[in-house]
Ligand binder design. Structure first.
Ligand SMILES: [Zn+2]
Length: 180
């Protein structure tokens, strides 16, 4: 089991509505910004400055850092709505867990990141009734407001890494299921 590091410096989160269950995972990517986008500390600072948060951050080397407890409502999706095929519910932060991948312009995500993401997701699926896996770009409203994780994120590879981590992926609905 991969070690999960913790950083509790972010304060931008709150309580989930009572009775809510985590049904959805939202994948995000932080691309190059002013500062060192490969440095987890700089990424956490940028989240803080933008008054947002995510539950987890995955470094280029596959280090997993938990920023917000899974039971809390992180501020990662913003104005959002699930795709019609996934129920079209608004306010995705209420019922989701957000994972930020550290990205680099002109580079693909690393094998270490896919392995870490697969193992992390596998654990999350064992603790929550997760059904849907989407990207921020799929749920942000108005449509086109967000473009992460973007075309460089390989959903097929994500699915493979999750299966390799021992999760039955046939029970899950991925954002691209309609196109494959
Ligand atoms: Zn995002």
């Amino acid at each position: 089991m991969r070690a999960i590091h913790t950083d509790r410096s972010l304060s931008h989160f709150g309580e989930r509505p009572s009775g809510s269950r985590v049904s959805t995972l939202v994948i995000h990517a932080m691309y190059d910004f002013a500062g060192d986008s490969t440095n987890a500390g700089d990424c956490i600072r940028v989240l803080d400055e933008n008054t947002v948060s995510a539950h987890f951050l995955i470094s280029r080397r596959g280090k997993v850092i938990q920023l917000i407890p899974e039971s809390k409502r992180a501020w990662h999706a913003g104005e959002s709505r699930m795709p019609d095929s996934m129920g079209a519910a608004h306010g995705v932060n209420d019922f989701s867990i957000g994972i930020e991948l550290i990205a680099r312009d002109h580079e693909t995500f690393t094998g270490s990141q896919y392995r870490a993401l697969g193992e992390l997701t596998s654990g999350l699926c064992s603790r929550h009734p997760i059904q849907f896996l989407v990207g921020h770009e799929d749920i942000a409203i108005p449509k086109g407001r967000k473009s992460d994780p973007g075309e460089r994120f390989d959903w097929y590879r994500y699915r493979q890494s999750l299966a390799e981590a021992g999760t039955d992926v046939s029970r899950l609905t991925f954002r691209d299921d309609t196109s494959r």
